[in-house]
Design a binder for this molecule. Structure first.
Ligand code: PEP
Ligand code: MN
Length: 366
């Protein structure tokens, strides 16, 4: 018997034996006993393997809802007893781990804000040392693969249980289509570096809005990821955290039913096939387009500035500098000079068109 489980066998075997997709769902935060129990009751009928709920919520700004704390652990335990579903929550420090071990929480996860800090990750690993509690490690907020791998390794060295990864996307400055950029190529690189590792995708935190979740979830399945963590709430509009990205248990179950699950070889083998290469290319094109959009927004701002200060759009000195520096960067990266010259000319042309539009608008509004 292990130190973490109170009166029930370790989940270790079960967790590993579940066929893909392994399904994790539940509210972003445990808000009340009734909410946790009602969500669990409804999810139990949707084939969910693991019930999730945040107890301690890492909030970006003070005064947000910070979770119900230790008392909410009892609600999770009650949900498990009533519905037979193992339960999971996020831990960010040793006290959280101790509280979860005491209550026999089945699975713990390390959140994206914690994975960025090797001190915090090591503290959690030390608190878990020698236990048989499975741990899931979310990717760090920023796109740093070695940091993600380091956190996974710290957990693998500490626990005698499975350690999985959760891909929840990467934070980016400014407004984007996704709340967190998926950058699928990083999850694929992780799978290639650690072929035995199981990776769960968290479409809720990638998408940030419910209409994008099915698309992200399908893409994760097409990439051969092992499962999905999707936030659900009986009344999403009233949720105390992440209200825009939570689906109802019914929507969760519809979404899962509509997924196409293709058979995978091992993750690494799959990552090498043509589909996976194309998905990596899609992801890169998506980022290139986002960056071009950001560049054109800046061009628009520059157009406004020039217009307000009576400057000309075309300034040959600046254009020559752009052309020369980018040309040199491209050459250093091994890109063809003709290709990059054509690209820069097109970008410049579009930038002038956008600035022109700003000036004309300004004139007509005068
Ligand atoms: C969460 O799962 O509710 C959460 C806070 O996630 P992340 O660490 O990915 O932001
Ligand atoms: Mn959340």
């Amino acid at each position: 018997m292990t130190k973490n489980f109170i009166g029930r066998p370790a989940l270790t075997g079960n967790l590993e034996s579940v066929q893909r997709p392994f399904l994790i769902s539940g509210p972003c935060s445990a808000e009340s006993r009734e909410q946790v129990l009602e969500t669990a009751a409804r999810l139990a009928q949707s084939g969910v393997h693991l019930l999730r709920a945040g107890i301690w919520k890492p909030r970006t700004r003070p005064n947000g809802f910070e979770g119900r704390g230790v008392e909410a652990l009892d609600w999770l335990v009650e949900a498990r007893q009533t519905h037979g579903m193992p339960v999971a929550t996020e831990v960010a420090n040793a006290q959280h781990v101790e509280a979860c071990l005491k209550k026999g929480i089945d699975v713990l996860w390390v959140g994206a804000r914690t994975t960025v800090s090797p001190f915090a990750v090591q503290e959690i690993a030390d608190a878990l040392r020698g236990t048989q509690v499975p741990v899931m490690v979310k990717n760090p907020m920023h796109a740093d693969l070695p940091l993600w791998m380091g956190a996974i390794e710290r957990m693998q060295h500490a626990v005698n249980a499975p350690v999985w990864a959760i891909h929840r996307g990467f934070s980016k400055y400014g407004q984007q289509e996704y709340r967190n950029a998926p950058m699928w190529e990083i999850a694929i690189a992780l799978q290639m570096a650690m072929p035995e590792l199981r990776i769960i995708c968290d479409p809720s935190h990638i998408a940030g809005r419910t209409d994008l979740i099915p698309f992200v979830a399908q893409k994760a399945m097409d990439l051969g990821m092992h499962g999905l963590m999707i936030e659900s709430h009986c009344n999403p509009a009233q949720a105390l955290s992440d209200a825009t990205q939570q689906v109802t248990p019914q929507e969760f179950s519809d979404l899962i039913r509509q997924l196409t699950i293709r058979d995978t070889k091992t993750g690494a083998a799959h990552a090498e096939n043509l589909d996976a290469l194309r998905l990596r290319m899609d992801s890169i094109d998506e980022q290139v387009i986002e960056l071009l959009h950001a560049r054109m927004s800046l061009a628009r701002e520059i157009g406004r500035y020039k217009s307000e200060h009576g400057m000309t759009i075309l300034q040959m000195g600046r254009w020559k500098e752009v052309f020369d520096t980018r040309g040199a960067w491209a050459a250093a990266a091994g890109l063809g000079s003709e290709f990059i010259a054509t690209y820069l000319e097109q970008v410049h042309k579009e930038s002038i068109r956008v600035q022109n539009e700003e000036m004309t608008q300004k004139k007509s509004s005068n």
